[in-house]
Design a binder for this molecule. Structure first.
Ligand code: NAP
Length: 256
C-alpha cells in the first residue's frame, strides 16, 4: 500500500520504518519541523513536508501519528478524497473523524515506544477499529503485514484498555522512578532492583498479578509498614501519601 505518515514522532517513525520494511511505500511524511520530516523521509525513501496542505490525496492510507490533542485539527486540514485515515491513539474516539472523512479507523499499537529502541512487532498487539467493514478489512490486512497479533476492539474496550495500559506501564514506570530516586539518595545503583523487577514480570506471564502480590502490605506486617512510613516522613516525605494509599489499597484488595 501507499501510506502517508502525518507526525514524525515515536509512533510515526516506528510505523513508517516497519511498513517500509514490509514492502509498503511511504509516500509523504509530515512534521511541523521540516528537519524531523526530512530525517524520517530519508529513512523511508519518501517525500518530507512541513506544510499539511501539501499532503497529496493519492496515498491509500493516512496515518495521524501526532499528539492526541492535534488529531482533530490535522484531520480537518487534510483533503484526501475518501481515502482511509487513521489515528494511533488509545484514548481518542473513532468518531473524531465523523463528518470530516468517509473511511476512517483506529490503528492503536499497544506498546510503549521510545526514539532509539526498536519495537518488537512480533510481540506487540495492534488494536483495530473502523467505521465500515471494508476499511476494517484493509486495516486488518495491513496490520497483518507487520505483526501477527491483531485485535478488533470496540470503543468501550479500547478506552478501558488504555486506562489499564496507563496503570500497567506509565504508573509502574513512575514507581520505578521513585525507586530510583530513593536508591540515589542512599547511593545505591538502581540496577540492583532489576532482577526483582524482571522476576515480577516473569511471574505474571503464568499467574494473575492479584495472585502473586508480595510485600509488607499483603502480609499486613504493620510494624514494617510503620517503620517505612517513619523513614519516608524524614527522608522522602513527597512519597509518603502514595506509600500509604497503595498500602491501604493492597490490604483492601485481600477482602475483595
Ligand atoms: N508513545 C507511545 O508509546 C504510544 C503508544 C501507542 C500509541 N501512541 C499514540 O501515538 C500518537 C503519537 O504519539 P507519539 O508517542 O509518537 O508522540 P511524539 O513522539 O510526542 O510525537 C508527536 C508528534 O506530534 C506532532 N505534533 C504535536 N503537536 C502537534 C500539532 N499541534 N500539530 C501538528 N503536529 C503536532 C509532533 O510534531 P513536531 O515534530 O512537529 O513537534 C510529533 O511529530 C498519539 O496519538 C499517541 O496517543 C503512542
Amino acid at each position: 500500500l501507499n501510506i502517508s505518515i502525518i507526525g514524525a514522532g515515536k509512533v510515526g517513525k516506528a510505523l513508517a520504518i516497519k511498513f517500509k520494511s514490509a514492502g509498503h511505500q511511504i509516500h509523504q511524511v509530515f512534521s511541523r519541523k521540516l528537519d524531523h520530516a526530512k530525517a524520517l523521509a530519508e529513512l523511508t525513501d519518501s517525500e518530507p513536508t512541513n506544510d499539511i496542505h501539501s499532503i497529496k490525496n493519492n496515498a491509500d492510507i493516512y496515518f495521524l501519528a501526532v499528539k492526541d490533542d492535534a488529531i482533530l485539527e490535522l484531520a480537518t486540514s487534510l483533503n484526501i478524497n475518501q481515502k482511509i485515515i487513521v489515528h494511533c491513539s488509545g484514548a481518542t474516539a473513532l468518531s473524531i473523524f465523523e463528518g470530516i472523512h468517509k473511511n476512517y479507523g483506529v490503528f492503536y499499537p499497544l506498546q510503549t515506544f521510545s526514539p532509539d529502541i526498536e519495537p518488537d512487532f512480533s510481540e506487540l498487539p495492534i488494536c483495530i477499529a473502523a467505521n465500515n467493514f471494508e476499511t476494517e478489512e484493509i486495516l486488518t490486512k495491513l496490520a497483518k503485514t507487520i505483526c501477527p497479533n491483531i485485535y478488533q476492539i470496540n470503543e468501550g474496550q479500547r478506552k478501558n484498555l488504555h486506562i489499564a495500559a496507563v496503570f500497567a506501564n506509565n504508573f509502574s514506570n513512575y514507581l520505578y522512578t521513585i525507586a530510583e530516586d530513593i536508591c540515589i539518595r542512599s547511593e545505591i545503583d538502581f540496577k540492583i532492583l532489576l532482577p526483582l523487577i524482571k522476576q515480577t514480570v516473569r511471574k505474571i506471564e503464568s499467574s494473575k498479578p492479584s495472585e502473586v502480590q508480595t510485600g509488607p502490605a499483603i502480609r499486613e506486617d504493620h510494624g514494617t509498614i510503620q517503620k517505612h512510613l517513619e523513614s519516608l516522613k524524614k527522608e522522602a516525605p513527597e512519597y509518603l501519601d502514595l506509600y500509604q494509599l497503595m498500602t491501604n489499597m493492597i490490604i483492601q484488595s485481600k477482602n475483595k
